[in-house]
Design a protein around this ligand. Structure first.
Ligand code: G3P
Length: 214
């Protein structure tokens, strides 16, 4: 299972969490990675953890003030990027452009979507993976695998109908190892999570609990 920890703009120490993700990754068969804010990518990547960006824009080098260039996050040490997170929604053409920009910079891509219909559309753009996250469950601690298992199974089917090479992750409310196992049982190849780790008093032990049953 792939466990991607999104730090959003939570007030945690990104390097402390990155070191915890790195150490727990080294002690398990699961693949763990962390997505800090763009300004923290370089410091986080220096810990040796697998580092992702939270967003890149559909742009190239040039006159694009205030945008995030895929090549720059790659230069800073990111190896992948989220695109179209629920808290950073893009228009369809911009999702497509961001996937192309990420490919150009050799970044792995996870395109997020609210529901199975959007997952089908996202898979058609050819990312490496898609992630289904019902916005209403984000940050609630109620896992999508429990509150809405159909949405995960339907997302897996929707992606497979379009492109069987695109992996499916799920996210929202995931904070325990049982939640991760349940996501896998529903067909997801990984999970996207944030508050369960970024807001934990002890991120290292929160991560250990997450991967313990894997
Ligand atoms: O990107 C992960 C996400 O939106 C889920 O957040 O806090 O419910 O794990 P959370």
């Amino acid at each position: 299972m792939f466990v991607l920890v999104n730090l959003k703009t939570y007030p945690c120490d990104p390097v402390d969490v990155a070191e915890a993700v790195r150490d727990v990754n080294d002690a398990t068969d699961a693949r763990l990675a962390v997505a800090p804010q763009a300004a923290h990518i370089e410091r986080v990547a220096e810990t040796g953890v697998e580092t992702w960006a939270q967003h890149v824009d559909a742009i190239e080098h040039g006159s694009n003030t205030g945008h995030t260039l895929a090549e720059s996050v790659a230069d800073a040490g990111a190896v992948g990027t989220l695109i179209n997170h629920s808290e950073r929604r893009l228009k369809l053409a911009d999702i497509d452009g961001a996937v192309r920009a990420a490919e150009r910079a050799d970044l792995e891509t996870v395109v997020c979507a609210n529901n199975p219909a959007q997952i089908g559309a996202a898979a058609a753009l050819g990312p490496d993976a898609v992630a289904v996250e019902p916005p209403a469950l984000i940050g609630t601690g109620t896992p999508v695998s429990q509150a809405d298992p159909d949405v995960v199974e339907d997302a897996v089917e929707a992606a497979a109908n379009v492109d069987s090479t695109v992996s499916v992750l799920c996210g929202a409310g995931i904070s325990t190892g049982d939640d991760v196992v349940a996501a896998g049982d529903l067909g997801a190849e990984g999970v996207l999570l944030a508050s369960g780790v970024a807001k934990a008093d002890d991120p290292h032990s929160a991560l250990e609990d997450l991967v313990e049953p894997l």
